[in-house]
Design a protein around this ligand. Structure first.
Ligand code: CO
Length: 427
């Protein structure tokens, strides 16, 4: 038996079309990966390596603000706009080119309704009023003195993955299909502290949040959510927010649809009822079967996505691959991710990379032996509340074809026989 045949014989296949037990990632990870033939280094003949040009003279000096390597310049957000509307549109995080779970600030997705305001923090204030005993106004300096909390959590636009609600599967990178979501370490002041200071009056149930952009983006948020885990975010991944993410302050509502985390926050008004703003009636409503619409739909559903292989990340030759992706849920932690290589006939449990955090990205991995034949790759996430990520077909059956938001359906990638080309398909 050749070494390669021996390796194949040792594999513990756990589901159809070549999925291998996650044990290899959980125990003795690196050693197992080696014995399974996932390592791809070239054998060395022990000659000394040549001295490359960058070793022959000193490199560049220290810098006051770092930049990535110029060889990584192609990793960019994909920017989309709304024709004829100044400053309205989106940019997508290139999720298929990133790893781990933290999105670099420069690549965090964007959705603006009237462009990015250039806010001088010394001229910015936050007003807290409405059904409170003591209306308060906060300068930046005042707010910066409050106690803060820090959490790693995702932000997802409610319109994310909307392309896959269309009648035909579109061929685009995973980031363009699903990149209206990102994950950061957010640091900010708990809303509960500010609301308690102002003294919320009896009968209050909602809080209107308004942004300082030219659209005056406004949403109504349940008071219960504000008192639970809402923060006024000041820092993202350790540095002050970027302008496109709400500098100098934004609301951050863990697990809720992205636009409710109002950027450039300037006003909070405590109310009895939701305000029914333009942004929660004309936009962000879910048209259902029969033409009725759901409004005020907040938590993002349990979801996962294989980022590699995916469109444009084709397989090169038969052999062993790591299938990897991300999973998240607006309801809490990811409990389990399952992967299928045979179009959903059989499933195997993927390895989750620690730490598994609440309302955060969780990275999953699955070892796979591709035999060069056709394969249909899918992932499905299950969260700690027991919710299971649905298929696109199940969502369409329940909600019809006209919904624009909250698509947490399973992404299906087809791998072509021999060429290994990956395409977006509807199963
Ligand atoms: Co919604």
């Amino acid at each position: 038996m050749s070494k390669r045949d021996k390796q194949t014989a040792d594999l513990e296949f756990v589901a159809g079309n070549g999925l291998i037990h996650r044990r290899m990632f959980l125990t003795q990870g690196a050693a197992m990966a080696g014995s399974l033939g996932l390592l791809s280094a070239t054998p060395s003949h022990a000659e000394p390596l040549e001295i490359p040009p960058w070793m022959k003279a000193p490199g560049s000096h220290m810098s006051a603000y770092g930049q990535r390597s110029r060889y990584e310049d192609s990793v960019q957000r994909v920017v989309g706009g709304t024709p004829g509307v100044v400053g309205s549109g989106v940019s997508f995080t290139p999720i298929e080119k990133l790893h781990g779970t933290i999105t670099p600030n420069s690549l965090h997705f964007e959705r603006h309704h009237s462009g990015v305001p250039d806010i001088d923090p010394d001229g910015h204030q936050l007003l807290l009023h409405g059904l409170v005993d003591r209306p308060l106004v906060f300068s930046m300096d005042a707010l910066m003195r409050y106690p803060t909390v820090t959490r790693i959590q995702f932000l997802e636009c409610s319109g994310n993955s909307g392309t896959n609600l269309g009648p035909q599967a579109q061929q685009a990178p995973a980031g363009v299909l699903h990149g209206l979501m990102s994950c950061s370490e957010w640091t900010g002041v708990p809303l509960s502290i500010l609301l308690e200071e102002a003294g919320v009056r009896r009968g209050a149930n909602w809080v209107l949040a308004e942004g300082a952009d030219a659209a005056g983006m406004s949403r109504s948020i349940p008071l219960e959510k504000m008192m639970d885990d809402a923060i006024i975010a000041l820092y993202q991944n350790g540095e002050r927010l970027r302008p496109e993410n709400g500098y100098p302050m934004r609301l951050f509502l863990p697990g809720y649809e992205g636009n409710m985390s109002v950027k450039w926050l300037r006003r909070l008004k405590v109310n009895r009822e939701p305000t029914m703003t333009r942004d929660e009636t004309s936009h962000y409503t879910d048209v259902m079967l029969g033409g009725k619409a759901l409004i005020l739909t907040f938590p993002m559903g349990v979801k996962s996505l294989i980022t590699s292989p995916s469109t444009g990340l084709n397989l090169t030759e038969p052999g062993r691959y790591e299938i990897t992706g991300i999973a998240w849920s607006g309801a809490g932690k990811i409990a389990r991710v399952e992967v299928s290589a045979d179009g959903g006939n059989t499933w195997a449990e993927a390895a989750l990379t620690e730490p598994v955090l609440s309302k955060s990205f969780t990275r999953f991995r699955m070892a796979w032996q591709w035999d060069g034949g056709p394969a249909v790759l899918m992932s499905r996430a299950i969260d700690e509340s027991g919710s299971v990520q649905p298929t696109r077909e199940a969502l369409t059956r329940e909600f019809g074809e006209r919904r624009n938001y909250h698509n947490n359906g399973i992404q299906v990638w087809s791998v072509a026989a021999r060429t290994g080309e990956v395409t977006n398909v509807y199963a």
